[in-house]
Write a protein that binds this ligand. Structure first.
Ligand SMILES: Nc1ncnc2c1ncn2[C@@H]1O[C@H](COP(=O)(O)OP(=O)(O)OP(=O)(O)O)[C@@H](O)[C@H]1O
Ligand SMILES: [Mg+2]
Length: 235
């Protein structure tokens, strides 16, 4: 079973949407459109009558209402999403055990986990920052994704990709990774969306152009290809 975003070209590229009961990731630099993309997925779930939880560590209730709540794709579904505004602190995570992660997550979602269909964690980078240790962070992600798996929840993590340096562990545990980036084009910059991986699916490898409007993310026709490339196939 697939859980779509409600964004036609993206869903098509993903083979219908995210796979049910998997852990997935949206990654990209600050301001590129991660939160809007994740909220499309939340809205589409609510539109389909699923039970959706959106955990935001960056927005507050009022800013979320005046930001995401005003987007056209949220019409009629904003109030159906279970928005949770939290701040992550190390004391909610340490000492790190599966039980501790389970307890903290359940108290954040304020619902029985087995009643949740879709969950968004925006951003999981705040858990990384709170733990301040790559091994602890990797374990926390594993416990979190196990909790989702156990309860038949499909999870979407949002993460800020570093401008330079190592990428975090999150992409390794995710079954699908969607990367948003700002691409240098002849007359300036353009937004591009690319599927870095998706298990069980033959997906396109190129960047698809996208724009953000009052109606959210609009994935355009066509593709971005590099002007010069390193490999050419020859028979
Ligand atoms: N109504 C709108 N019309 C056009 N563009 C918009 C609109 N609202 C937001 N944007 C664009 O979307 C960007 C922010 O998108 P979003 O909040 O999804 O980013 P993000 O990747 O989650 O960023 P952050 O790292 O700050 O969380 C803005 O910087 C702006 O370029
Ligand atoms: Mg955001």
């Amino acid at each position: 079973m697939k859980l779509p975003f409600g964004i036609e070209r993206l869903d098509e590229a993903l083979g219908g949407g995210l796979d049910r009961n998997t852990t997935n990731l949206i990654t990209g630099r600050s301001g590129i459109g991660k939160t809007i993309l994740a909220s499309h997925w939340a809205a589409e779930g609510a539109r389909n009558g699923e039970s959706v939880v959106y955990i935001s560590t960056t927005l507050g209730r009022r800013s979320c209402e005046s930001y995401l709540g005003k987007m056209k794709f949220m019409e009629g579904v904003y109030d159906k999403i279970n928005w949770r505004f939290i701040r992550i602190e190390a004391k909610y995570l340490l000492p790190l055990t599966p039980e501790k992660i389970e307890q903290s997550t359940i108290s954040a979602i304020r619902m029985k986990p087995d009643e949740v269909d879709r969950i968004v964690f925006d951003t999981i980078t705040d858990m990384d920052k709170a733990l301040h240790d790559p091994v602890l962070y990797r374990n926390a992600l594993r416990y979190l994704s196990r909790l989702c798996y156990k309860n038949d929840i499909t999870a979407l993590f949002v993460e800020e990709a570093p401008m330079k340096g190592e990428w975090s562990e999150t992409k390794n545990i995710a079954e699908a990774v969607i990367f948003l980036d700002l691409l240098r084009v002849p007359d300036g910059y353009a937004r591009g969306i690319r599927i870095l991986k998706k298990y069980r699916t033959a997906h396109p490898l190129h960047f698809m152009p996208f724009e953000i409007t009052d109606n959210g993310i609009d994935v355009k026709r066509g593709r971005f290809v590099r002007k010069d490339y390193e490999y050419v196939f020859k028979e």
